[in-house]
Design a protein around this ligand. Structure first.
Ligand SMILES: Cc1cc2nc3c(=O)[nH]c(=O)nc-3n(C[C@H](O)[C@H](O)[C@H](O)COP(=O)(O)O)c2cc1C
Length: 191
């Protein structure tokens, strides 16, 4: 089983990466192949330009923007599980992740507003969300956004892991209860 984690925090050693590492280490121990893309480190990345050229290609992304997203499309298409990882930024996903989500538009092929195919159909999707506040201070909205992304992608399933009230990587690694829950979540991704 191939898991692709798309890590959307600007920090590559921050809270989200720390929680994600625990989840993925556990998934790897349960037998998964892991790929992690830290979106902020993709140097050549732009947002969806809404040109709709992608809609002229039915069997592939068809996005004309020649940047680092092209490789990410390939990785997502060959994954069995796509994990969206993000901190809560102002009640929504962090901006690097939002760029990727918008660019995934090209993986949907629309015939009309409600008739479409999704090239990601049948995959599992999951979310790892970290928040400085409580679950109702935005993590709930991020969870709902990613749940809808999974539903619209016709994913086989969606599961989320929310680490609320987190302060630092050090305090995360000292929280035995959080670590146990994150490890269990990693095993569930493989099951
Ligand atoms: C610009 C910004 C906006 C934030 N907005 C929220 C928010 O709306 N709700 C919340 O619970 N935490 C919010 N936070 C806190 C982060 O979600 C939290 O610190 C997160 O764990 C950071 O993860 P990272 O270290 O991976 O970037 C915000 C932090 C920043 C920097």
């Amino acid at each position: 089983m191939k898991i692709l984690a798309i890590q959307g925090s600007p920090r590559d050693e921050g809270n989200t990466q720390t929680v994600l590492d625990v989840v993925l280490t556990s998934a790897k121990a349960a037998g998964a192949d892991i790929e992690v893309i830290h979106v902020f480190n993709l140097r050549d990345l732009t947002g969806c330009m809404e040109c709709f050229s992608c809609q002229r290609t039915s069997d592939g992304p068809g996005c004309p923007l020649d940047d680092d997203m092209q490789e990410l499309f390939v990785q997502a298409l060959r994954a069995d599980v796509v994990v969206w990882a993000t901190p809560v930024f102002c009640w929504t996903v962090a901006w690097p992740l939002k760029m990727v989500m918008d660019r995934f538009y090209c993986l949907f092929k629309f015939e009309s507003a409600d008739q479409y195919r999704c090239l990601l159909e049948g995959k599992k999707m999951a979310a790892v969300i970290t928040a400085g506040g409580g679950e109702k201070d935005g993590a709930d909205l991020v969870d709902e956004t990613l749940r809808r992304m999974a539903h619209f992608s016709r994913s086989r399933s969606y599961a989320s892991f929310i680490a609320a009230h987190v302060q630092s990587p050090e305090s995360i690694l000292a929280d035995q209860n959080l670590l146990k829950r994150a490890e269990a979540f990693g095993r569930e991704l493989v099951g």
